[in-house]
Design a protein around this ligand. Sequence first.
Ligand code: NI
Length: 142
Amino acid sequence: MNENLFKYKTTVIRREHFNAAHRLENSAWDGSRNRDVFGKCNNVNYHGHNYELEVMVTGFVDPLTGFVMDAKVLSDLINSEVLDKFDHQNLNVDVEEFQDLNPTAENIAFVIYSILRSKINSNHDLKIRLYETPRNYVEYPA
Ligand code: NI
């Protein structure tokens, strides 16, 4: 097989889902300012979101397999490293990374990226898209 014929990049995307509770708060601010800035996400007793997660891995297609990355391997990785920690948890209380970090969609996407980056071939680009609602979502890196 002529490997040069297969030198092209593509992006593999794995979509996963998790449910989690959170509360957004800046503890340096009073209650009124927190409610103004964070709205319902500042509810004292927490609330849940149905997060949709897309993990995007970009790289050259391996001519031997036709894969950038095996989607099953990617799925297993997301499940063991992210979903097992986040799904059905209270992010503020149960997840170490958010003990001192507001669990906004931005920060959750950054944390997921940080967890997965070292586990995925460093020749591949990694991007995280996280939907907090069907209409609100973030991407990291920008
Ligand atoms: Ni919220």
